[in-house]
Design a protein around this ligand. Sequence first.
Ligand SMILES: [Zn+2]
Ligand SMILES: [Zn+2]
Length: 349
Amino acid sequence: MKAIRFIGIKQPLQMHEIPIPEIGERDILVKVKAAGICHSDAHYRAGISPVRPIPLTLGHEVAGIVEKIGAQVSSVKIGDRVALHYNISCGDCYHCSTGNDQFCEKVLMLGHYTNGGYAEYISVPARNAIPLPDEIPFEQGATLMCASATAFHALRKSRLKGGERVAIFGVGGLGQSAVQLAKAFGAIEVYAVDINEDKLHLAKQYGAIPINSKMVDAVAEIKKLTKNKGVDVAIEMIGLQQTMKQAVHVVGVMGRVVIVGLSKTPIEIDTYNELIGNEVELIGSNDHHLQELPLLMELARKKVLDTSHIVTKTVPLDADVVNQVLDGLEKFSSDVRTVIVPASNQPDA
Ligand SMILES: [Zn+2]
Ligand SMILES: [Zn+2]
């Protein structure tokens, strides 16, 4: 089969002809119908985050059709539409059995530490397959497994309750999902903070109150709109010192600040005035769990979470084309998501 593989840091990905993977008794073989090209993949190629073993097929946002099942598999059958949870965990260790499989001692991420979906076929344990309802196209199912899942986990970490107010800093791919999920979780007001008018416009369509922080001081504006109470939950999805500080300042009494955006730059916190005084909580949110995905999928099926804006471009399984998409992702942070659709797996099998 064809597979697009990482062969070394700062090297273009290469198309290789490799055998269709063997499956174990509890695994499935999936015919890939869509594989999302994520910003992380550009980081892997650039060497910002190490990939092993080499060569390795990239691609952690994968959806397709079950082609073959192992002898002990009963949760899915041949022909099922599935989207794949990208963390392959053992299922038995302390973290797996307490529902936090992203901390599994043996966790292997698809397209990072084990072969991913930039290929015609992929093999995964059956427990990683999330049924993909007919209402959700493969392209959207694939990308749901990354950005939307991360937003969903962040909201769960915030312990948002019905009737609370939320501020989302950064309404790109993650933020648009976060706005919709916050509404679904019962937020009465969701403030979307960004500097991009198009993104703010889309967030407004999903029911958010747009705040353009190029025009106004986001904290002052939200304080004004909430009669100086501030919000109950602030979620930072950008990874900038400035917006992290704003997230801390915009919450009121008992506020929860969830940091999702990645940054290695430390921020300064006045623990007395900014945390203790109002019993503010600062919460880190990383990745998502296997157990969260069925509900996320159901929210997408019911269009509570509209994913139709996410995928805007598809490309064939072609190394040159994929390298060009990664070049683009390295140069600018585009919210146009690109998904590989292997030509050999079209049209619908
Ligand atoms: Zn991703
Ligand atoms: Zn485990």
